[in-house]
Design a protein around this ligand. Structure first.
Ligand code: PLP
Length: 438
């Protein structure tokens, strides 16, 4: 006899068939979202939704008021400068000094239409610097859209799952790619989407040293800036700082999204920080595509200009105001998002108490931080089987397979949309799931 699951199994079966999904493990994030929406609507049962990485906290009043004020002043009618408004550039430069201990001139700090545009612009320009170096290397697991960006740009890319190459092992693995001479760009997110691993100082040093040795640009994606809650990263001008490859190489671009750390996803404004020396670097091969051989000039007037002619005006004022408050020590942006880490801690325990394992569980010898995402598996089940089964228990997540991970047993769970009031439901459903596997 079929075991009774928390969500009506007949409805789930019917919705799977109506949505033409044989296996939830093979469906895209958007397909899973639609399936769960349909099941919720028909059953009236609320899922524990962990499939989408959308921020779930309100934006600070500081940014909202600054945007309103800017709009009242008439910025909506005026094209913003491509390089960004001066107060924002100033605050970005202060921000990287205060929270990363890096010196970058305001001139080299640019706003982009989210880090999504930042990645696009970075891949497009860094792969054109040297004729022979045209390939992006992804240290996976990673954010699948960035590979899509390379695909639509016809940029070749290579990748490997870092799971088995932590610590000293990273050097040899990276060199096996870099020594071929075709890599222009190394990219990774830190903290990592989806696994929430954070590179250690040793690993960042290895990446930085090899970037120098092989003259490649590191595009460091800090979409979850300062969200390694194991460290107190919220005090301006005081260590510890957000860990960065910028301590070990000058060949870097930093993508600092405002979406998660500043709960500002809707306004599509991110920080795009080019190191002083990379900005002014001269590469004659750039002239195949641009009017100038200077990297920063090409980036600004040759890539960002034709992409979007800059970043919307009022969100630049909103971000500038928020950064000013943060730099002046008047607004603790890290405290505002700590809730993600606190929820993750509780949720991870609910999973591990019920037979689940955390897949990416360590940064070298240290347990990983609690944050926006975590990864789970259940002994004896593939990721594909697990994700499919969990739907019957009212729990949704995505498979790690779409992220370039070799851990085919794993799923990514995102904490942001799960409310604390759902924890008892989550516990009940996980218990049932665990019992039914026995
Ligand atoms: C690793 C990573 N990079 C970039 C982004 C995109 O950031 P933005 O919203 O600033 O475009 C995200 C958003 O989920 C992300 O997870």
């Amino acid at each position: 006899m079929k075991k009774e699951t928390p969500i009506n199994a007949q409805v789930v079966d019917r919705k799977l068939s109506e949505n033409k999904i044989d296996s939830v493990g093979k469906a895209s994030i958007r397909e899973i979202k639609k399936l769960v929406d349909d099941i919720e609507q028909e059953t009236g049962d609320q899922f524990v939704r962990m499939e989408m990485g959308i921020p779930g906290l309100p934006t600070s009043e500081i940014a909202i008021n600054a945007e309103i004020e800017a709009l009242k002043q008439g910025v909506g009618a005026i094209y913003p400068d491509i390089q960004g408004i001066p107060p924002l550039k100033r605050e970005m430069s202060r921000f990287v000094k205060n929270f990363m201990d890096l010196e970058v001139a305001p001139e080299h700090c640019l706003p982009t239409v989210g880090s999504m545009q930042g990645g696009f612009a970075a891949f497009m320009t860094t792969t054109r610097m040297h004729k022979k170096q045209d390939t992006v290397l992804f240290i996976d697991p990673g954010f699948p859209v960035q590979k899509m960006q390379c695909q639509v740009l016809q940029i070749p890319f290579e990748s490997f799952d870092v799971y088995n190459y932590r610590g000293d092992k990273l050097r040899e693995k990276l060199e096996s790619y870099l020594s071929k001479g075709n890599i222009s760009t190394i990219t990774y997110s830190n903290p990592n989407n989806p696994s929430w691993i954070c590179f250690t100082e040793k690993e960042l040093q290895i990446i930085g040293e090899l970037a120098n040795k092989y003259d490649v640009v590191v595009v460091e994606d800090l979409a979850y800036f300062a969200m390694d809650f194991r460290k107190e990263l919220s005090q301006p001008g005081q260590p510890p700082y957000q860990a960065t490859v910028g301590k070990y190489t000058d060949n870097y671009i930093l993508l600092i999204s405002s979406s998660k750390s500043f709960s500002y996803a809707g306004q599509r404004v991110g920080m795009f920080i080019i190191s002083n020396s990379l900005f002014t670097k001269e590469c004659h091969d750039l002239k195949r595509f641009y009017a100038s051989p200077f990297f920063g000039h090409c980036m600004l007037f040759g890539t960002i200009y034709p992409l979007s002619a800059g970043t919307a005006h009022s969100p630049q004022h909103g971000l500038a105001a928020m950064l000013k408050a943060v730099n002046d020590g008047q607004y603790d942006f890290v405290d505002a998002v700590k809730e993600y880490g606190e929820k993750a801690k509780i949720m991870k325990k609910l999973f591990t108490d019920n037979g689940f394992q955390i897949v990416y569980d360590k940064d070298e010898d240290q347990p990983i931080a609690d944050g926006f995402y975590f990864t789970i598996s259940y002994p004896g089940l593939s990721g594909e089987e697990l994700i499919h089964k969990l739907v019957y228990y009212g729990i949704s997540a995505i498979s790690l397979m779409v992220t370039g991970s070799d851990r085919t047993e794993g799923l990514r769970a995102c904490v942001s949309l799960v409310k604390r009031s759902q924890f008892p439901d989550l516990e009940y459903r996980l218990k049932k799931f665990h019992q039914h596997q026995g």
